[in-house]
Design a protein around this ligand. Structure first.
Ligand SMILES: NC(=O)c1ccc[n+]([C@@H]2O[C@H](COP(=O)([O-])OP(=O)(O)OC[C@H]3O[C@@H](n4cnc5c(N)ncnc54)[C@H](O)[C@@H]3O)[C@@H](O)[C@H]2O)c1
Length: 250
């Protein structure tokens, strides 16, 4: 596993109650960072926090709620005294066709998967600007490259939007010493893909399409996130990097 010394640094990871966010929180803790564990689910937020070595605290908030996100960032800074890394990871992926999707459900996906990154980046960006440094990572998706995904129109739109937001955020925030990049996972073994993974036809198609000949696991995403947050990536900003076993090559 990629390792870097983040002792004395503070990372806020959204949607860290399970899956990719939980693995990222673990990765930061293993590197010595203090970790603010966000989730909308209080039980899983507490469970993740309990597994982390070092200073870790749970922050239960809906990332789709602008006021809740601003309040959370204020509390993290009050509790830890600083905020070095923001990982916008929380996401939802309802499966429904465009013709059947309710407008409220469309809006909810955009709120949680896209607007949340704006809310948190604005709040954290103000803190990081004052400090003159910081790193923001947006967990997008290979779907963020406008790749269609059956019955996931809102998801694809939100992830493509996140890649666009990442680039403009990187441009605006560069003046303040803040780097912003998107990480685009392929198919990762989490709750989000559990239903599709139970389908043998879908599994066979994925394994045919993925040159690495396996699905990813949450830990496969962690090294890239830690690298992008490290000083080794100090000249790297505004990028959207796939971690997908070669499924999509752009
Ligand atoms: N699993 C994959 O194959 C895959 C592929 C590409 C991108 N991603 C992205 O990675 C991120 C993590 O996905 P995952 O696979 O770990 O999913 P997951 O469903 O296992 O975990 C998502 C977490 O986000 C939390 N969450 C949901 N809505 C929230 C809200 N409004 N506020 C706060 N927390 C909320 C959930 O409670 C859950 O703990 C998502 O943004 C997802 O779109 C996943």
């Amino acid at each position: 596993m990629f390792s870097v010394n983040f002792k004395g640094r503070v990372a806020l990871v959204t949607g860290a109650g399970q899956g990719i966010g939980k693995a990222i929180a673990q990765g930061f803790a293993d590197c010595g960072a203090s970790v603010a564990v966000n989730d909308i689910n209080p039980q899983t937020a507490a469970l993740t926090t309990g597994t982390l070595a070092g200073d870790a605290r749970a922050y239960v908030a809906d990332v789709g709620d602008a006021a809740a996100v601003a309040g959370m960032v204020d509390r993290v800074v009050a509790d830890f005294g600083r905020l070095d890394f923001l990982i916008n990871n929380a996401g939802i992926e309802p499966k429904v066709s465009i013709l059947d999707m309710a407008a409220d459900d469309w809006r909810r996906v955009l709120e949680v998967n896209l607007s949340a990154a704006f809310y948190a980046s604005q709040a954290a960006g103000r803190v990081m600007r004052a400090a003159g440094a910081g790193v923001i990572i947006n967990i997008a998706s290979i779907a963020g490259h406008n790749i269609p995904l059956k019955d996931r129109a809102a998801y694809v739109a939100s992830k493509a939007g996140m890649v666009g937001f990442t680039r403009e955020c990187a441009r605006e925030f560069a003046a303040y010493g803040i780097r912003v990049n998107a990480v685009c996972p392929g198919v990762i073994e989490t709750e989000m893909t559990a239903h599709s993974r139970a389908n043998p036809d879908q599994m066979a198609k994925w394994l045919e399409d993925i040159p690495a000949k396996r699905l990813g696991i949450p830990e496969d995403v962690v090294g890239l996130v830690l690298f992008l947050c490290s000083d080794a990536a100090r000249y790297l900003t505004g990028q959207a990097i796939n971690v997908d076993g070669g499924k999509v090559m752009l």
